[in-house]
Ligand binder design. Structure first.
Ligand code: HEC
Ligand code: HEC
Length: 247
């Protein structure tokens, strides 16, 4: 239903922290959009935190599966984890270990914060959590793991996001180098009519060179009706950027 007045939200957070049973009507969980929370997590949190279900591997902040595994093991439920995450987003603890990498406050607020907290509350520290498996090969899995479909329509992935351009429409005719650049440096050449700073600019850090290559290949193959032979395998060379091969 509707949003709670901000004045009483801190009380709810405290209640959740204390693991007090919340009245069913007062809890945000049921309203939260988990799929949206996942996309926001990958964009705003995945640059610093590892979490298995999100497919993120960054090590700047603590691994969130490790952070909540023991709480899960002693029976804390998702509402409790959600409350802790929400409080941490609102006013992050100053990092004692390394002040240079403290978590910035209010990375997401309002409904966005509720959605992210609900998503993390559902999956962080849950044994065996992993990104949903999809058919279509390694590139399709990279597309699914990273929330691309939350913002983009791509019929091969059965995704219907409308925040960014429809990839079925804009990718035919593009080269691997162009697609690669759009993914690693999205604000360099903005798609016409779209604002900057919406597509995450972190995929070069969060994806390995191999994952990026698989992703570009998948996008080309799934939008050019299966030809795309002339565009194959030139992402690195024609992008003019040598990348470490990492393997
Ligand atoms: C710039 C890097 C950075 C970003 C971005 C970031 N965090 Fe953090 N986060 C950290 C660091 C560093 C800590 C450890 C703070 C400390 O020392 O207590 C932390 C701690 C946490 C904790 C507490 C973990 C524990 O051990 O109890 C949670 C929960 C958390 N972050 C969630 C999030 C969420 C959700 C987002 C996205 C909205 C996010 N973080 C974005 C760096 C980041
Ligand atoms: C939070 C929303 C969001 C997410 C997540 C996202 N994108 Fe985007 N994407 C956009 C927006 C908005 C644009 C248009 C602005 C621009 O060019 O940066 C865009 C542009 C693009 C383009 C250029 C399209 C063109 O017109 O040539 C490609 C390719 C692309 N995204 C692929 C991806 C892939 C692959 C992923 C996942 C790894 C992804 N995007 C994740 C929002 C998103």
């Amino acid at each position: 239903m509707s949003k709670l007045p901000t004045s009483i939200r801190p009380l709810l957070v405290l209640a959740a922290l204390a693991a007090v049973a919340l009245p069913a009507s007062g809890c945000g969980t049921s309203n939260a959009d988990i799929a949206r929370g996942r996309v926001l997590f990958i964009k705003k949190c995945g640059v610093c935190h590892q979490m298995a279900e999100a497919g993120t591997t960054a090590q700047i902040g603590p691994n969130l599966d490790d952070a909540f595994a023991s709480a899960r093991a002693v029976g804390e439920d998702r509402d409790t984890v959600e409350g802790v995450v929400s409080a941490q987003i609102e006013s992050p603890r100053p990092s004692t270990a390394n002040p240079a990498v403290s978590m910035p406050p209010d990375l997401v607020s309002g409904e966005d914060r509720d959605d992210v907290a609900a998503y993390v509350g559902l999956y962080a520290g849950v044994p065996g959590a992993a990104p949903p498996k999809v058919p279509g090969g390694p590139g399709a899995q990279v597309f699914a793991n990273n929330g691309c479909g939350g913002c983009h329509t791509l019929s091969a992935a059965k995704s219907g996001g409308v925040t960014g351009p429809n990839l079925d429409e804009v990718l035919p005719g593009q080269t691997a180098a162009m697609v690669h650049e759009s993914i690693v440096d999205p604000d360099k050449k903005l798609a016409k009519g779209y604002p900057p700073n919406v597509m995450p600019a972190s995929f070069e850090q969060t994806l390995s060179p191999k994952e990026l290559e698989d992703l570009v290949q998948y996008l080309l193959e799934s939008t050019s009706g299966g030809k795309g032979g002339s565009q194959k395998g030139t992402a690195q060379g024609s992008a003019g950027r040598a990348k470490p091969s990492g393997g």
